[in-house]
Design a protein around this ligand. Structure first.
Ligand SMILES: *Cc1c(COP(=O)(O)O)cnc(C)c1O
Length: 445
């Protein structure tokens, strides 16, 4: 039996660790490309009672009572998603980007079918992956995955080689059913316009996974997959889009019914209604502030790449100006390995992640100690940082990685630097600090 004092001790410890985490992030530089900081309004939605309710089904056709206000919010959310992505249909119920992808697999393919996707070192996501790597597409839906030929120089999918490969697969009786675009290491647009027609002519369904770049697409500053020929776009709601964690699918109207069924009952029961409310708030913010934000994100990513290159770092995609998105990829093999450098930077309060780069697997490197790091600027941009701050961030990184300064010493300067950036920008309201801890139990740390 658990004794009461230790239950209370654990309870207190958890509440204290939450506060510690907030304080740590408040003095650090958050550079994880797949993360962002939501507005106080999104945090308020997530704390609401919506999170304790059930509403299976579609608004107006629920399995549960008690959905009077929930239905209204969900309809607003779907309407905003259609506007933001200029889509005929939107479903905001996917509880994550992975669940959104699973719904597409379930709606448009059968186990044993083939799908084209980017490999992980070429930027693909594990949810597009093969069964032998425990990738969602293979392991959960039984798809066979073939990888797009990828150009390391251009850092994108090779169009001609892909066409050749798809026709060869068809000749071998392995005609692919789905063409999946998008990825997690994602510097330059994928060739949707160049390949969607070719794929449709061969009976393929085209999905674009905009998990990383949804906020840039919302702002009209990356590619526009639905105009380029994609049937649907899946996404996370919390990367460059600044919502709570979750997923969204937008598509052509003709695909609405199979997608709705694949989400419920196929892949969800509860669809996390507090997060639907948070997605609605985030989409409204995106409609108002998304363009200015996306422009600044891309400027910041380029500025950071240029500064790092100036310090002798090998930044990928140099030939094309390093990036057209919110992230950059840096080959750090001159200075160590991605895993060790990630740890050292973390001790300095610089939070980013190691990254497998094209060629790493062939060179015998693996995901614990890959050749690169990935750096994203969605969160620092939301905090109001601009190009000059990117130069300062590059200098902090250089001090740790190149000059081998003591990370703890750099952490002090990082914390000082962060003091000027305490509020979320590009939002209707920001009275509460970006990482301010909101206590409902009035417990002092
Ligand atoms: C992050 C990511 C996902 C997964 O999204 P979750 O919301 O974490 O489930 C899917 N696809 C790509 C390309 C991603 O980068």
């Amino acid at each position: 039996m658990v004794d009461m004092s230790s239950a209370k001790a654990s309870y207190d410890k958890v509440l204290k660790l939450l506060r510690d985490h907030h304080e740590w992030f408040n003095r650090s530089i958050p550079l994880i490309a797949s993360e962002n900081i939501p507005s106080p309004a999104v945090r308020e939605a997530v704390m609401s009672d919506f999170g304790n309710r059930y509403a299976e089904g579609w608004p107006g056709e629920r399995v549960y009572a008690g959905c009077v206000y929930i239905d209204q919010v969900e309809l607003i959310c779907n309407d905003l998603a259609r506007q933001v992505f200029r889509a005929e249909f939107a479903d905001c119920r996917a509880t994550s980007g992975v669940v959104a992808n699973l719904a597409i697999y379930a709606a448009f393919s059968d186990p044993g079918d083939y799908m084209m996707a980017a490999s992980i070192p070429s930027g693909g996501h594990i949810s597009h992956g093969k069964k032998e790597h425990s990738g969602t597409a293979g392991l959960v839906h039984g798809l066979n995955i073939e990888h797009y030929p990828f150009s390391k120089e251009e850092m994108t999918i090779d169009v001609d080689a892909t066409k050749k490969k798809i026709d060869e697969m068809a000749r071998d009786g392995k005609a692919p059913k789905i063409g999946m675009f998008g990825g997690s290491l994602f510097l330059f647009p994928h060739p949707v316009a160049e390949l969607a027609g070719f794929m449709h002519d061969r009976g393929m369904y085209v999905n674009y996974d905009g998990a990383h770049v949804a906020g840039l697409i919302a702002g009209g500053e990356f590619q526009d997959p639905l105009r380029e020929g994609a049937d649907s776009m899946t996404m996370s709601s919390h990367k460059t889009l600044w919502g709570p964690q979750g997923g969204i699918i937008v598509s052509l109207e003709k695909h609405a019914e199979p997608i709705k069924k694949a989400i419920f009952p196929g892949n969800t029961s509860s669809h996390h209604l507090h997060h639907v409310a948070g997605k609605a708030v985030a989409l409204a913010e995106s409609l108002e502030f998304g363009k200015a934000y996306a422009k600044q994100v891309i400027k910041n990513a380029k500025a950071l790449a240029e500064s790092l290159a100036g310090f002798g770092f090998t930044v990928l995609g140099e030939k094309r100006g390093y990036t057209q998105s919110h992230q950059i990829a840096v080959d750090v093999t001159k200075f160590g390995d991605g895993g060790t450098i990630e740890k050292e930077l973390e001790s300095a309060g610089i939070i980013l992640n190691r990254q497998l780069l094209p060629g790493d697997i062939k060179a015998g490197r693996h995901y614990m100690h890959p050749g690169g790091v990935r750096i994203g600027v969605p969160e620092t941009t939301r905090l109001g940082m601009k190009e000059s701050e990117m130069k300062e961030i590059a200098t902090f990184i250089k001090r740790v990685v190149v000059d081998k300064q003591e990370p703890k010493r750099v952490a002090k300067d990082v914390a000082d630097f962060r003091k000027q950036f305490q509020k979320v920008q590009y939002a209707f309201d920001n009275a509460v600090g970006a990482y301010e801890y909101i206590s409902l139990v009035s417990r002092k740390g």
